[in-house]
Design a protein around this ligand. Structure first.
Ligand SMILES: C[S@@+](CC[C@H](N)C(=O)[O-])C[C@H]1O[C@@H](n2cnc3c(N)ncnc32)[C@H](O)[C@@H]1O
Length: 484
């Protein structure tokens, strides 16, 4: 009997095991895997390479064994292909990157760039330690066609494999892999210049890094020994991928020190952090260098106690966002602007906005739908608690409304066809009734490139619904029984 048809009970999963592939609410709002587990059965039907690793439990649900290195590798390759049209080789015994987790970092960089309004002619990034798969540059360029990457790597075999992956996907025009022969260097811009890979005037929007976390193999073993459960997924990393002298604290410290030289040539310096205790040490290091810190609330979501990070460039910044329920954190900072010793906490860039209406859910839904229809929103899907849909063009700006009024003979559909066939963004309105006189409306930006466009759409919709209740924008609406 082949593995794929064997009937077996799915092994009980630890929470961590789900996180390795998952999904769930700690994923970025725009992560395609958020609450959207890969369909292993469909993958097995589409990709022969994974078929033998897909098992079925007695109730018919499909699963794979994440402790099997080959199965994990097959899954990663299928997701690369299915969701990003990328053909990727992952050599045996090298780190197999979980795509949902790696995609989160790319989305977070997108947010960071959009939130800080960086003005550069091209978005160029540096990935320190691309690994054999070259996962970040590949995902970054697949999801952002205008991005360019320099990927650095110290391991000669990984350099070769990363280059093969770039060439196999015809991305050599966007991604350059540099073999860094000096492990003590993290940002060798001088070497890149002397080898003619970049010019002295080249600027970078960001650097990113998933550093080797550990300082020694004993440290890895101690980590495994201290775990209550068995490791949920097999770890296939080589020594070079997992270990660096002084561990991640030293690696990131080197990065901070090198960044003092490059300053504003790289607008945001960012990194993953693997161990919870590292964050405090890195913050300390940044304080010594007189940088400010900004932190998310751990879920990539708004936290009302946290202030918003300022537009770039206003400060020296450390940006932290604990994005996984595992202790994986990222921080970024830029080293420009006035010096401050203050450490501030900040929310992650906003993808969600809310307001409260003085009515029940049915009335709120009716009002919102009326406005959305008036704005030519498309693909509307309505349930009692949620309205989702998309916008193909900006129909709410003053100019668009004037044009529509002027062109009174055109049908709404004609208007859309004239503007664009592509989706500008998708959205979701959750409608949560508190009581018959109070309903919360939460608008979420679920897909799209420009945060400001969604924000302006939300501001328009919010203004109109509030006006329906006689609440003029600028006045704060107070729920019943609440005094100022
Ligand atoms: C944890 S792996 C990350 C690989 C890949 N980016 C990923 O996320 O799956 C760290 C990588 O950094 C590389 N590395 C270690 N020190 C480096 C350095 N100083 N400069 C560039 N790469 C380095 C290692 O060889 C390894 O491939």
């Amino acid at each position: 009997m082949s593995n794929s048809t064997a009937l077996a009970s799915a092994p009980k999963r630890t929470r961590e095991q789900y996180v390795a592939i998952d999904l769930g609410e700690n994923m970025h709002e725009r992560n395609i895997y958020r609450n959207n587990r890969p369909d292993f059965k469909a993958l097995a039907e589409e990709f022969p390479s994974i078929k033998d690793f897909v098992h079925y439990s007695e109730n018919g649900s499909a699963y794979i064994d994440f402790k099997n290195a080959e199965a994990s590798r097959a899954l990663t390759q299928c997701l690369f292909k299915k969701d990003f049209n990328l053909d990727v080789e992952i050599p045996e015994n090298t780190l197999c990157p979980p795509i949902p987790n790696r995609l989160n970092y790319i989305l977070w960089i997108e947010d960071l760039l959009s939130e800080s309004h960086i003005k550069l002619t091209a978005v160029r990034g540096i990935d320190i330690g691309v690994g054999a798969s070259c996962v970040y540059p590949l995902l970054g360029c697949a999801t952002n066609k205008s991005w360019q990457f320099i990927g650095t790597e110290v391991d000669a075999e990984s350099v070769k494999s990363a280059r093969r992956n770039v060439n196999r996907n015809d991305l050599h025009g966007q991604i350059t892999i540099y073999h860094n022969r000096d492990r003590s260097r993290t940002l060798p811009l001088d070497k890149l210049e002397s080898e003619g890979i970049i010019s002295p005037n080249d600027e970078f929007a960001f650097s990113m890094c998933n550093p080797p976390f550990y300082g020694s193999s004993d440290e890895i073993q101690a980590g495994i020994d201290n775990k209550i459960d068995d490791p949920a997924a097999v770890c296939t990393g080589t020594e070079s991928e997992m270990i660096t002298e002084g561990g991640e604290v030293q690696f990131i410290t080197n990065m901070i020190e090198e960044s003092l030289k490059w300053k504003n040539r790289i607008k945001w310096y960012t990194t993953m952090i693997g161990k919870g205790e590292t964050l405090g040490k890195i913050r300390q290091k940044l304080m010594e260098n007189k940088a400010s810190a900004y932190c998310g609330n751990g879920k990539g979501k708004e936290d009302s106690n946290h202030a918003k990070p300022p537009d770039y460039p206003t400060d020296r910044q450390l940006y932290c966002d604990r994005i996984q329920s595992r202790p994986h954190e990222k921080f970024s900072y830029n080293k420009d602007g006035p010096v401050t010793k203050k450490i501030r906490l900040a929310q992650a860039p906003k993808s969600q906005f809310s307001t409260q209406l003085p009515c029940d859910a049915a009335k709120a839904q009716e009002d919102i739908l009326e406005i959305l229809n008036d704005l030519n929103a498309s693909q509307l899907a309505v349930t009692s608690e949620c309205i989702s849909g998309s916008m193909v063009s900006n129909t709410w700006s003053r100019k668009a409304r004037r044009q529509r009024a002027h062109n009174a003979n055109a049908t709404k559909k004609d208007d859309i066809a004239e503007v664009s066939a592509e989706i500008l963004f998708t959205f979701k309105f959750d409608i949560q009734e508190v009581d018959r006189d109070n309903t919360n409306v939460i608008a979420t930006w679920t897909k799209g490139k420009q945060r400001e466009v969604f924000e302006s759409f939300w501001n328009h919709v919010k203004k109109r619904i509030l006006q329906d209740f006689g609440i003029v924008q600028g006045d704060r609406y107070k729920p019943h029984g609440v005094d100022a």
